[in-house]
Every structure is written in C-alpha cells, then in structure tokens.
Design a protein around this ligand. Sequence first.
Ligand SMILES: *Cc1c(COP(=O)(O)O)cnc(C)c1O
Length: 214
Amino acid sequence: MLEKIKSQLLPFNAKLIAVSKKKPNSSIEELYQAGQRAFGENRVQELVEKHETLAKDIEWHMIGHLQKNKVKYIAPFVTWIHAVDSIELLDIIEKQAKKNERTINVLLQFKIAQEDSKFGIDTQALISKLNPNDYKNVRLAGVMGMATFTDNQEQIREEFKALKNIFNNLKAGHFSNSEYFKEISMGMSGDYLIALEEGATMVRIGSLLFGKRN
Ligand SMILES: *Cc1c(COP(=O)(O)O)cnc(C)c1O
C-alpha cells in the first residue's frame, strides 16, 4: 500500500505523513524499513513515547489538537505542528522552540468542515493580528484543514477548495514576504485523492496504510 500511495502522490509532488496513532512500534518500524520517515501522531503522550523508543531520524508531525500546557513535552524534538488554531498557542510554540534552540514548522488550522466539532481558526480577523515577523523559531509554513466526514464527494471538494483559497489569499497578502509559507496539509485515507486534485502538498494517511484503528 505504501508504494501505491507514493506513486499516486508523485505527480503532485506531495508529501506523505503516515499517521501511526494507536498503532504499535512494530507497525511503524515496518514502514520505516520501507523508507518512510515522516510519521504523524495526535496525542502528546503517545508521540513522546514513540519518539523515545523509535529511530531518531524519524520526522515527527503533531497533527492533532495541541493543548498549550503540553507544547513543552514535544518542543525538544517535533518537526511539524499541523493544527495551530490560536495566536496564544503559536506564541507558546515560539517560546518553547527558542528554549530548545530549535526551529519548528507550523501550519495554521482553518475550519473548513460544515460540522462544528472541528477545531480551527475561523476568522481572517485573527490572522490580521498575527505578525509573521514576531516569530523567529517558529516557521509559519502554511495551512491545514479537515473536510467533513461524509460520502458527499462534492462537499469534500468544495471544502478543500475553500482551504486552497484561504492559502492563496494568505500567500498573496499576509505572508507575501515569506519564503516558507507554501504547504497545504489536507486529505486523509478517505479523501486524499480529492485533496491532491485540489492542491494538497501534504496528505495525512493512517488507516489505509496501517489498517483500521480500534
Ligand atoms: C487520524 C487522523 C488522520 C488520518 O486518518 P485516516 O482516516 O486513518 O487516514 C489525519 N489527520 C488527522 C488530524 C487525524 O487525527
């Protein structure tokens, strides 16, 4: 399955994040042996444990909702944080990254799904308060979003288009001076092919690679 997904991503030049949440180290090691290096987790404790026990050249992506008081546990090693949904969280990541003398790549999460249960920044107003120059150890690298969990392909496509639009506007406006603002993290096992067509540069795939989670 890894090879198949990689070949689907190739024409789009998109990056695969293997979402290993709730999966044992042995499953991760199997993909690691096959060459996969970018893995995603959505819980801090599980991420920390896996980082401690697995190969040190794994590139870890925190993809889930992140509580401010837990940033300190992952700041020493995490490479990407996908779901940044407030300026307060961004400021704490900056502080912790600095403390660890590291650079952490972050993506701003936007609410694109119809369902209101999803986290995300829901107004451009919030963005206008964000000054890219305030951040030295945080690299503002793009946007992230999750489509509604539905069989309606057209709805999913519209939501991905909306995220791409937000990205384009930010890139042309707020982040026009940034060489790093270029990533769009969208698409999971059920909808990544649509996400690729709509401009995803990173897809986050779990169950399709590792099998169903309990
Ligand atoms: C679990 C998860 C995924 C992967 O979901 P699958 O449907 O198993 O591919 C992607 N993104 C986030 C934020 C997740 O929590």
